[in-house]
Design a protein. Sequence first.
Length: 161
Amino acid sequence: MPYQWLPHTGDCTTLHLWPYRSLPRRGMVWFIGLTATLVSLPLLILVGSQLLWGILPFICAAVAGVWWALERSYKDAEILEVLTLTATNATLTRTGPHGRRQEWQANPHWVRVILHPSSGPVPNYLTLQGGPREVELGAFLTPEERLRLLSELKSAFAARH
């Protein structure tokens, strides 16, 4: 599950959300190594030939391209959303790729957790409404995860009343 409720500290409840990673860093290293090995196998018949030096730069470029694309994917998915609930304040802080931060605050008594089953940009679009604007929560979650999170959020906000 790409979200976690942290243990209560005083009257503070905290939720962390992050994108799911199907390929961990260690798996990426194995994937790049295996790709380089499999792409290089046909070159064994060219060892000692001038043709090897003509093809080798393209093989290296292909492996480097795969590595670059996976690294870019990791950088773009460095997202952390932190929802902090206290008796007097609800704060959602989103740290996006490249350290970009966005923050939203509202009185938890007036916050409504809203699920838009089909009218949002994705199925089961989950938002928090209250304060100056309505904000999206967990855009990177699957529709099923957003449904599960909906009931947990409603319980957490109900406990603040």
